[in-house]
Design a protein. Sequence first.
Length: 222
Amino acid sequence: MKEDIHQYFGEDIVVEYDVNRCIHARECVRGLPNVFDPDKRPWIEPDEAAVEELRSVIMDCPTGALQFEQPDAEYEEPVPKRNTVSVVPDGPLYLSGDVEITASDGTVLLEETRVALCRCGASSNKPLCDNSHEDAEFEASGTISADESTADHPDVDGTVRVTPVPDGPLRIEGRFEMQGQDGGSKSCDSGGSLCRCGGSQEKPDCDGTHAKIGFSSDLSPD
Ligand code: SF4
Ligand code: FES
């Protein structure tokens, strides 16, 4: 995973922006256009909004490209009590909650509250999304089959651990709520395997297609 972090200093807060993780979802620009203006340099002016407002908009950034630090206030971003995996149509998986990404040998690669994971197979920053789904013209619905029997989804807390299997799917362990863009949702407490090669006929789940198409998690397609 690559990092290219830029810092923007305000009086009471430091905003950090990782260029590699921004997929131009524009929640920041819509939320606080005075602070986030891609046409200006610097494009982030932290003191153009109240700190609380700024923190709230930063925490709406679904990819985790935006972070903040407030060492003097000793304030840290709270970890959401519910873990969610949202399936974006023609795009990535947004994870929110107590999220840990680990290598196959158990090494923790990233601890996060917000992250976007590639599911088209084309990202050059796997397992993170780098917006390559647009160039790849990835097409996939964001629907999931809702499970009516667990409509309230009470138990979706704890750590949700994602392990990108080399040349295979995203193995996911822990409790979380899977959300579709059609409003469908279901709770998952036994983990599973989510497609990240882009080829599954059972998206967002893996159906073994990665082996048939020779998916390589090291390379992005030409
Ligand atoms: S909200 Fe996050 S991903 Fe979206 S444009 Fe802003 S920084 Fe990029
Ligand atoms: S990762 Fe796509 S089918 Fe398994």
